[in-house]
Design a binder for this molecule. Structure first.
Ligand code: NAD
Length: 489
């Protein structure tokens, strides 16, 4: 077997390809299955059931019944909070097993998977508490009336997620959707279906009633589009590429679904000469190498002030030389493979494109021969912000270094992109830091830090990086409807 942990090996051996509908594990109605591949070895890791429209129908029926009739519909927020806490505790207890499964299916290192599961657990505890903080309002209406506003769950929510951080992505949908009292259908990405299924088992163990969380493995054009089009799904929340975001938005118009989109990025990471250079270097490296660069907020356009640019590139290359690419389950490894063959081809295509556009690989620049979807961490120097490698999301361990002259130039170039997900700025000058933060068009700006996410802080994109915000003080606005009640006294 490919697993090291005997529990993970037994789980992989014992699994039949199945979907979670109404708390039962059932095969896809078509009987079809698909393989999920270990990106470090290119071996088939497991077989998953391929859901299609009929399975989506069955899941919608279960979720709809759970919403209107089942025990879920009668539960108050305190009980929902209890269930989410029990679920979070089980995820935490099973961290090592889940981390190994994530690592085998996605290719991220075991340590990275553990860290991301930690973030997911904290988020689930946060939303468990937040379930009891969804307040309505009374209205300052005429003395003849007592008017109030109720906040109610929307109904059945479809959640479609990508493959780059599967457990975290799943929990960031499941926790707020259920905290607000909705029921749901989760579709993990076809490249990484396994950890979502394991989460489904833990949800049942935690006591989630039937139909509340249904999990359908399958492809985008099959199960995914059936979810986006389904007339009885009231809301869709999607994390993935801009292109699919557009398709989903169009598909959701039939019944005017509420839509939240968390899409791609090409985030500027701006380094001024007065920055803490060690922090800037370490985080610039994390900015394009974490999960092999397959991170939506990755700081892939590295703007360095012209006078310090060459020295910065030299030092960053030295940092990059310290990355150990290899087997993600080996504790020595700091960067695993890309998650799929498709992604490997995409990234190596961009490595060739960068060279043909005239960029120079100061470090890396090539694929790594042998089995597995491994590429070298790559620093492209001599990049102009108009090049395709500077404008298009590569989603691999590739950073484009672009010089700037002054603050005005950094902001101008930083904003010259169709994306607006995140940005980072490195400087010790407090006013400059805040000025840049204000002028950058992005949903998240990090000052002298990187990749911090917190459920109390809204997350989402400006421009083509998305629609709406998740998390933050107003998180529930995306998963509830408002109802105005007028009462004549
Ligand atoms: P993708 O859009 O191809 O796939 C994501 C999901 O959408 C998968 O589950 C897939 O099966 C499904 N899908 C594909 N076509 C569909 C269709 N026609 N209808 C319904 N569902 C469909 O994205 P990807 O390439 O797998 O993921 C990488 C992208 O995700 C990157 O652009 C990245 O920036 C983005 N991302 C964004 C965030 C964020 O929070 N903003 C987080 C992680 C990843």
């Amino acid at each position: 077997g490919q697993a090291r942990n005997p529990k993970v090996a037994a789980w992989l051996d014992g699994r039949k390809p199945s979907l979670l509908i109404n708390n039962e594990w059932v095969p896809a109605q078509s009987g079809k299955t698909f393989d999920t591949v270990n990106p470090a070895t290119e071996q088939v890791l497991a077989v998953a059931a391929e859901a299609a429209a009929a399975d989506v129908d069955a899941a919608v029926k279960a979720a709809g019944a759970a919403f209107t009739e089942g025990p879920w519909s009668k539960m108050g927020p305190a009980q929902r909070a209890r269930l989410l806490r029990a679920f979070a505790a089980l995820i935490e207890e099973n961290t090592d097993e889940l981390a190994e499964l994530e690592s085998l299916d996605n290719g991220m290192t075991f340590a990275t998977a553990q860290a991301f599961i930690g973030v997911a657990v904290e988020s689930m505890y946060y939303f468990a508490g937040a379930a009891q903080q969804i307040f309505g309002q009374t209205s300052p209406s005429a003395p003849t009336n007592f008017n109030y506003v109720l906040r109610e769950p929307i109904g059945v929510v479809g959640a479609i997620i990508p493959w780059n951080a599967p457990i975290t992505a799943a929990v960031w949908k499941i926790a707020p959707i259920l905290a607000a009292g909705n029921t749901m259908i989760l579709k993990p990405a076809e490249q990484t279906p396994l950890t979502a299924l394991r989460l489904g088992e833990l949800a049942i163990e935690a006591g989630l009633p039937a139909g509340v969380l249904n999990i359908l493995t399958g492809f985008g054009p099959g199960a995914g589009s059936a979810i986006a089009e389904h007339p009885q799904i009231d809301k869709i929340t999607f994390t993935g590429s801009v292109q699919t975001g557009r398709t989903i938005l169009r598909a959701s118009t039939g019944n005017l679904k509420r839509v939240t989109l968390e899409l791609g990025g090409k985030s500027p990471n701006i380094v001024f000469p007065d920055a803490d250079m060690e922090g800037a270097l370490a985080n610039s490296l994390a900015g394009f190498a974490t999960i092999s660069g397959q991170v939506c907020v990755a700081g892939t356009r590295l703007f360095v002030q012209r006078d310090i640019k060459d020295e910065f590139v030299e030092n960053l290359s030295a940092y990059a030389a310290g990355i150990k690419v290899g087997d993600p389950l080996d504790p020595e490894t700091t960067m695993g493979p890309l998650a799929s063959r498709e992604q490997y081809e995409r990234v190596t295509g961009y490595l060739d494109l960068g060279k043909s556009e005239g960029a120079v690989a100061a470090s890396g620049g090539n694929a790594i021969d042998g089995k597995g979807y491994f590429v070298q961490p790559t620093i492209f120097d001599g990049v102009d912000n108009s090049m395709r490698i500077a404008q298009e999301e590569i989603f691999g361990p590739v950073v484009s270094v672009i010089p700037f002259t002054d603050e005005y130039d950094a902001v101008l170039q930083g904003n010259d992109t169709t994306y607006g997900l995140a940005a980072a700025v490195w400087t010790r000058d407090v006013s400059r830091a805040h000025q840049v933060a204000r002028q950058i068009k992005a949903g998240t700006v990090w000052i002298n830090t990187f990749l911090e996410l917190d459920p109390t802080m809204p997350f989402g994109g400006y421009k083509e990086s998305g629609l709406g915000r998740e998390f933050g003080a107003n998180w529930y606005q995306h998963y509830t409807e408002e109802k105005s009640v007028f009462l004549k006294l």
